[in-house]
Design a protein around this ligand. Structure first.
Ligand code: TXA
Ligand code: MG
Length: 328
């Protein structure tokens, strides 16, 4: 069983140091408990997906203490500032363009050009955000396929020892995940209904599209996400490199050859990225999105991807690579 500690000054300090060291903390918010990690640390974010045992990388919400901090990580527009002034802190998540060079891990937003961001109202969440000084990526603190956890006990039962510490602060007041509002497109759109409704938002924003189904049965959250697809072919389970291809490696490439002559290890620097030389899936996950992007160069014939084991985080990595291979 993971350690559950009642929120106090000492508990917050300990949680902050766990987060600074790349660990995972159960975070009380007013909506549901979150499974929090340092959003600037790709490996820590990869551990979230590992702990949830989710076979896919879905984009996560990044939590910050106030709207001023949010400006560091996303491009706030006029609409965003207006709703933030009215509803933050509170159960409202905004989807906005990622800010260039903000340092937020690409894995946190699953390679998307947008980022989900929210300012939670819960005093324990506020304290932890301020004490750690970190933006915190946090999905709901439940294992894949289980309902969102609204008490510290639920978190412990669902995630077990996959979490380093749970900050306990009783049951969540709202008990339902935050409203997700997309402000990155032409028209504001609710992607996930929650406590803050279209009626609440329309006085500030004008018409808001909200054809999402219900909170429990969203129409197709997956389809709402436009996944990044490389502009060149992606070839999976490659055992060698074809002429003109770039290589996305995993593990040792000592014995890999290039068709037409030569060894993979002698490819020019811009034509090779190794997700993890030691074959570590957590490291591989943290590098995945940035490396695909770096190799997506129209000068190359395609990207050859080495085989990645279909276990643990490898499932989610392979899910993403299959989409990249199919999605052009
Ligand atoms: O109340 C909440 O929002 C809780 C607490 C912990 O803050 N968090 C939560 O996170 O529910 P999660 O990961 O379970 O749900 C995040 C939702 C997903 O539906 C995801 O698809 C959507 O936000 N989302 C995240 N980033 C997105 C993006 N860039 N574009 C579109 N949707 C995004
Ligand atoms: Mg969830």
């Amino acid at each position: 069983m993971p350690r559950i500690v009642t929120t106090s000054k000492d508990a917050i300090a300990e949680a902050a140091s766990i987060l600074q060291g790349g660990g995972l903390v159960g975070l009380p918010t007013e909506t549901v408990y979150g499974l929090a990690a340092n959003a600037l640390d790709g490996k820590a974010v990869a551990r979230i997906f590992e702990a949830k045992n989710r076979p896919q990388f879905n984009p996560l919400i990044v939590h910050v203490p106030d709207a001023k901090e949010a400006e560091k990580y996303v491009e706030m527009n006029e609409s965003a500032r207006a709703v933030a002034a009215e509803f933050w802190p509170g159960p409202l998540t905004l989807i906005l363009p990622r800010k260039e060079g903000s340092g937020i891990s690409e894995l946190a937003s699953a390679g998307l050009p947008t980022l989900a961001i929210r300012v939670p109202a819960h005093p324990a969440a506020q304290e932890l955000l301020k004490t750690s000084g970190l933006p915190l990526a946090a999905p709901s603190a439940n294992a894949s396929g289980e309902p969102s956890a609204t008490t510290p006990r639920h978190v412990a039962d669902s995630l077990g020892d996959n979490i380093d510490l749970i900050l306990a602060a009783g049951p969540c007041a709202v008990g339902l995940e935050s409203t997700v509002l997309d402000l990155s497109g032409d028209m504001p759109a609710i992607l996930r209904p929650g406590a803050i409704t279209a009626e609440d938002l329309e006085p500030l924003l004008g018409p808001v599209s909200h054809d999402t189904g219900t909170h429990d049965k969203p129409k197709s959250p997956g389809l709402l996400l436009k996944h990044y697809a490389p502009s060149i072919p992606v070839r999976l389970k490659a055992v060698d490199v074809e002429e003109g291809e770039a290589l996305l490696a995993f593990g040792s490439i000592k014995f890999m050859g290039v068709k037409g002559g030569g060894a993979a290890k002698d490819l020019p620097d811009n034509r090779i990225r190794n997700l993890s030389e030691s074959g570590d899936l957590t490291e591989a996950a943290s590098n995945l999105f940035s490396y695909i992007r770096e190799l997506d160069n129209p000068d190359f014939a395609g990207i050859a991807v080495m085989d990645i084991p279909d276990t643990g985080l490898g499932l989610a990595i392979n899910d993403r690579l299959k989409r990249a291979a199919a999605g052009r």
